[in-house]
Design a binder for this molecule. Structure first.
Ligand SMILES: CC(=O)N[C@H]1[C@@H](OP(=O)(O)OP(=O)(O)OC[C@H]2O[C@@H](n3ccc(=O)[nH]c3=O)[C@H](O)[C@@H]2O)O[C@H](CO)[C@@H](O)[C@@H]1O
Ligand SMILES: C=C(OP(=O)(O)O)C(=O)O
Length: 416
């Protein structure tokens, strides 16, 4: 998809069904490498990152079959080594999970340094620290990360920073190590729990996922299983924010409301009416919204992945909001595009001071990354006139059927 064209002003109304969580689906697809049996993974989002990872798994020797929309059978029996130094790895972040899974199963892995959103420095030193603590040697050779071990032995690993990727990569390698691994200062995001649940469903022994201390009791082998991925709380939060930006009334369906608490809390603080049901959330705007301050933090703090969309919403909310991005140092690049639409935002390093303007104006803008692109959709839906969002392929990395979902909610949107 090259561009998205939106005529702003329509209030979003109705129900949107949320897809499986990108950031859980991707590591779970890779974790199937830990077993030699077939796995069936359901509720996969049909997004570009999933297509790309499917291609990666096939390239290293897996058989991958789409059974129906959202369900894949992955058979990793014939994979002989987990080495992939193709440029395809640069198309996404999650390709680096091949390192932990390959190390676990083959005691060896080689992967080209991953890509993913360009949102600041994204080191992998904590992944490496974890692999080395388990007994591997890790070398970076001409941009290729090479891990090797004669044997993996469990160890106690303290993460210097809370890292989703390092926690998952270490969990995968430690699953097939000898003995017990303890990860301290582990990430607590819902997708960490989902990956641990998948591994446990295959016969692994991971205890404490969802807390900051995770214990992994190494097992000799895993078996295959059928597993369904949790709903995408970032996609859900995105539609909630889009609904609010248009002063609409929408229900996001197929969600786990608990996972969205940081978002619902902030929207309520703004004056949005948020009602939680068993598996859905309704957001309604009945009054003038207030500006709020946001600080991104690891879960259960406010997610960095929704910071850009919230900033776009706040750019049209009366008053001044201060947004502090503590996770990634380059996640305000989209602000220049919002300014083209008339936003009044001052960025100083990791802080953005947003002075809400009366109206945003449609114009030609460019998505710089996945969530930055989604933030432009938030702005465009509520802007006066037509906005043309170029480089929209970034958005396809993480949002299934976004045009159709927004059309169903009443947006005036089309692919260009
Ligand atoms: C595919 C995927 O799941 N991507 C998500 C994952 O990215 P990703 O796993 O890359 O993000 P991390 O949680 O690892 O990064 C968090 C912070 O730790 C730092 N860090 C990370 C690893 C490391 O070895 N050293 C280090 O210093 C990073 O620079 C960043 O400041 O979590 C991010 C934070 O919730 C989300 O924005 C991404 O959507
Ligand atoms: C930053 C993100 O993705 P990735 O880590 O895959 O680049 C995201 O999903 O917002």
């Amino acid at each position: 998809m090259k561009k998205i064209i939106i005529k702003g002003g329509n209030k979003l109304r109705g129900t949107v069904n949320i897809s499986g969580f990108k950031n859980a689906a991707l590591p779970i697809m890779v974790a199937t490498i830990l077993t030699k049996d077939k796995c069936i993974i359901e509720n996969l989002p049909m997004i570009r990152d999933v297509d790309c990872l499917k291609e990666i798994l096939i390239k290293i020797g897996a058989k991958v079959k789409l059974i129906e929309k959202g369900a894949m059978e992955i058979d990793t029996t014939n994979i002989e080594k987990c080495k992939l130094t193709d440029d395809i790895n640069r198309k996404m972040r999650a390709s680096y999970y091949l390192l932990g899974a390959g190390l676990g199963r083959f005691k060896e892995s080689e992967v080209l340094y991953p890509g993913g959103c360009d949102i600041g420095v994204r080191p992998i030193d904590q992944h490496i620290k974890g692999f080395e603590a388990l007994g591997a040697t890790v070398e970076i050779d001409h941009g290729i990360i090479k891990c090797k071990a004669d044997k993996l032995r469990g160890n106690r690993i303290y993460l210097d920073v809370v890292s989703v990727g390092a926690t998952i990569n270490i969990m995968m390698a430690a699953t097939l190590a000898e003995g017990i691994t303890i990860i301290e200062n582990a990430a607590r995001e819902p997708h960490i729990v989902d990956v641990a649940n998948f591994i446990n469903a295959c016969g692994g022994k991971i205890i404490g996922a969802g807390t900051d201390i995770i214990k992994i009791v190494g097992v000799e082998r895993l078996k295959g299983c059928n597993y369904s991925v949790i709903p995408d709380q970032i996609e859900a939060g995105s539609y909630m924010i889009m609904g609010v930006a248009t002063e609409g009334d929408i229900i996001v369906n197929n969600v786990i409301p608990k996972h969205l608490e940081p978002v619902t809390a902030k929207l309520r603080e703004m004056g949005v009416e948020v009602t939680e049901y068993g598996e859905s959330i309704r957001v309604t705007v009945n009054k003038k919204l207030r500006s709020v301050d946001i600080k991104t933090l690891p879960y259960p703090g406010f997610p960095t992945d929704l910071q850009q969309l919230m900033s776009a919403l706040l750019s049209k909310t009366k008053g001044t909001s201060v947004v502090t991005e503590t996770i990634f140092d380059g996640r305000f690049k989209f602000v220049d595009e919002l300014k083209r639409m008339g936003a009044n935002i001052l960025v100083d390093g990791r802080i953005a001071v947003i002075k809400g303007v009366e109206n945003l104006m449609g114009t030609r803008v460019e998505a710089k990354d996945l969530r930055g692109g989604a933030a432009l959709i938030v702005a465009a839906l509520s802007a006066n006139g037509v906005t043309e969002i170029n480089k929209a392929y970034h958005i396809e990395r993480g949002y299934e059927d976004i045009i159709d979902k927004l059309l169903n909610l009443g947006a005036d949107i089309k692919e260009g």
